[in-house]
Design a protein around this ligand. Structure first.
Ligand SMILES: Cc1cc2nc3c(=O)[nH]c(=O)nc-3n(C[C@H](O)[C@H](O)[C@H](O)COP(=O)(O)O)c2cc1C
Ligand code: SF4
Ligand code: SF4
Length: 251
């Protein structure tokens, strides 16, 4: 069984590939959480996997919250695959601790460097199209290399940690979660064609259309899916996203 979260499709691509190759069931975390579905049964010897993007050098809060509430009898093989733009900081240590608090042990994990999606602050920008393509080719190769290791239930850790990991994953991460997940900075411009695509793609159902224009509801995870999927680029986050372009997996 694979529990996954994805805003812009990178992690969905990874989760779908793993599910197909491992013949596993996929569960989309926000949907399960909305339905209060936390109780699952694994078959004898079944692997338990998690796939998610790295947010501010850590697993997204909604993923950690879901793990905390999950009710499954102790799995014998637990792994995660995370996607990131360049580095994961202490994502592994944080996820390990979350599992340990449940009495579980993380067996394996690996990271995949994929196209950047976060641009809601000055200084952050998307990859060039060429670089994004290169990242996807390399990520697919890493995924293919690690698949047999999961099949054979190997114990391994292959994470791109990066510099100043503790500082980023704890100090900056807590600032990010407190101050940078505010959706009141989202706005739609006059270019909006009232198509409702932003409503459709929001994994948290955090957008409603009011007079044909999106209205954000205050429970956002800043996954950027609404911004990147708008067909006319009518969504902006303050001034930070202006002129920065759009990306989602398969665009
Ligand atoms: C809110 C947010 C925070 C992010 N923080 C990081 C980070 O700390 N390190 C990193 O390398 N990439 C970071 N990224 C980039 C994503 O992890 C990366 O693009 C990921 O593949 C997106 O996955 P998705 O398409 O499944 O949503 C961040 C993206 C978002 C939206
Ligand atoms: S996706 Fe863009 S154009 Fe469509 S309703 Fe949302 S803001 Fe308007
Ligand atoms: S409102 Fe936009 S950024 Fe926030 S969770 Fe929904 S799609 Fe993601």
């Amino acid at each position: 069984m694979i529990f996954y979260f994805s805003g812009c499709g990178n992690s969905r691509h990874v989760a779908e590939t793993l599910a197909e190759k491992l013949n596993d069931t996929l569960v989309f975390i926000p949907e399960a959480a909305r339905g209060g579905l936390y109780d699952y049964t694994l078959a004898e010897g079944e692997r338990l996997g998690f796939v998610f993007p790295v947010y501010s050098w850590a697993p997204p809060r909604l993923v950690l919250d879901f793990v905390k509430r999950l009710k499954i009898s102790k799995p014998d093989y637990v792994y995660f695959a995370c996607t990131c733009g360049d580095e994961c900081g202490q994502t592994e240590a944080i996820f390990r601790k979350a599992l340990k608090e449940k009495g579980w042990e993380l067996t394996s994990c690996f990271s995949l460097i994929m196209p950047e999606t976060y641009i809601a602050m000055g200084g952050f920008k998307l990859d060039t199209e060429e670089n994004a393509k290169k990242k996807i080719v390399a990520a697919d190769a890493t995924l293919a290399r690690n698949l047999p290791r999961l099949v054979n239930k190997e114990r391994f850790s292959e994470i791109t940690v990066g510099s100043f990991a503790w500082l980023k994953s704890h100090v900056i991460n807590s600032g990010f979660n407190r101050y940078a997940t505010d959706d009141s900075k989202y706005r739609s411009t006059e270019a909006c064609v009232h198509c409702g695509q932003c409503v459709e793609v929001c994994p948290l159902k955090n957008i409603v259309l009011e007079n044909g224009r999106p209205k954000w509801q205050g429970h956002c995870t800043i996954c950027m899916a609404c911004y990147h999927h708008c067909p006319v680029n009518a969504i902006q986050y303050g001034k930070a996203t202006e002129g920065k372009g759009q990306y989602y997996f398969g665009r």
